[in-house]
Design a protein around this ligand. Structure first.
Ligand code: CP
Length: 310
């Protein structure tokens, strides 16, 4: 894995290996670097968790982190993403973590070509409505810590599924690992394309059955031209599709609630329940640092830059 841009090629063995490495880092484990390694975090879309969490992971691994602010970069003079990365490569940057609004922005950065010299490790911090591999893997670490398995777990993914890269990565990988998936939320943010991964059911039918309730953020920034946005009511959404106190009471005793953040409080998630006993919102964010360390280590190893300190 010279790059880590999607969950497409991850099987159970690889996922469990990444989880074990994340747990190693969580227990204070460190790695050896073969030389000074430089990385840059390039977030062309807003982020709190992913950006800061990757930076924390990089610093904990001993990498040198360069700052990059898209708002003050030559992208604003029309420089392409490719040429921006070519610049980083020329300066000696080894790894770039990128978040970008365009789905699969990374293809031109990772596809070898005889007339191109770009060689920089790309980690995807989220591409449009495509994939969010680091969020998916930190979610899997959180689920694994709770249940010790994925096969047979009943997991409901609820909300703005169409626009969610978190949902796309999670449905693909959890389905591959044998979890039984359900979908719920507004039908207008659900697509028949998801049927191959699981079944759509009304939320109130699901709450008493499931092991994991995975709430999704309503992604208003991706609703331009969506007629449903014009009539969107936070209160109505909360009553119909959100985690209310009533629904919380119906969850199984050992069920957990997850949300990738940022939360629209009292929309997807009743504010008073965000830090409740069944909520893993904070644990997900904590796990994010360690899983991102494991992902960075994977790319470092496969680029001969370091890794594994036993
Ligand atoms: N979950 C997530 O990607 O959060 P940020 O947008 O804050 O990075």
């Amino acid at each position: 894995m010279k790059h880590f841009v999607s969950v497409d090629n991850l099987d159970e063995t690889k996922v469990l290996e990444l989880i074990k490495r994340a747990q190693y880092f969580k227990n204070g484990g460190q790695i050896n670097l073969n030389r000074a390694v430089y990385c840059v975090n390039m977030f062309f879309e807003d982020s709190t968790r992913t950006h800061t969490s990757f930076e924390m992971a990089e610093r904990k691994l001993g990498l040198n982190v360069l700052s990059f602010d898209p708002k003050q970069s030559s992208v604003n003079k029309g420089e392409t993403l490719y040429d921006t990365l070519l610049t980083m490569d020329a300066l000696g940057v080894d790894l770039a973590v990128i978040r970008h609004a365009e789905n699969e922005y990374y293809q031109e950065l990772i596809t070898p070509s005889a007339d191109k010299t770009l060689d920089i490790g790309i980690l995807n911090g989220g591409d449009g409505s495509g994939q969010h591999p680091s969020q998916c893997l930190l979610d899997l670490l959180t689920i694994y810590e709770e249940f010790g398995k994925f096969a047979g777990l009943k997991i409901a993914i609820v909300g703005d599924i169409t626009n969610s890269r978190v949902a796309k990565s999670n449905m693909e990988l959890l389905h591959r690992l044998g979890a039984k998936l359900f979908f719920s939320g507004p039908k207008y943010w659900y697509s028949e394309a998801f049927e191959r991964y699981g079944e759509y059911r009304p939320l109130d039918e699901l709450v008493a059955e499931i092991d994991v309730l995975m709430l999704l953020r309503v992604q208003h920034e991706r609703h331009q031209g969506d007629q449903n946005e014009l009539v969107f009511s936070p209160t109505k959404y909360h009553q119909e599709f959100g985690l209310t106190k009533e629904r919380y009471q119906k969850l199984k005793a050992d069920a957990i609630i997850m949300h990738p953040g940022p939360i629209n409080r009292d929309v997807e998630f009743a504010s008073e329940l965000v830090e409740s006993k069944k909520s893993r919102f904070k644990a997900q964010m904590q796990n994010g640092v360690f899983m991102r360390m494991a992902m960075l280590e994977q790319v470092l190893k496969d680029r001969g830059l370091g890794g594994e300190n036993k």
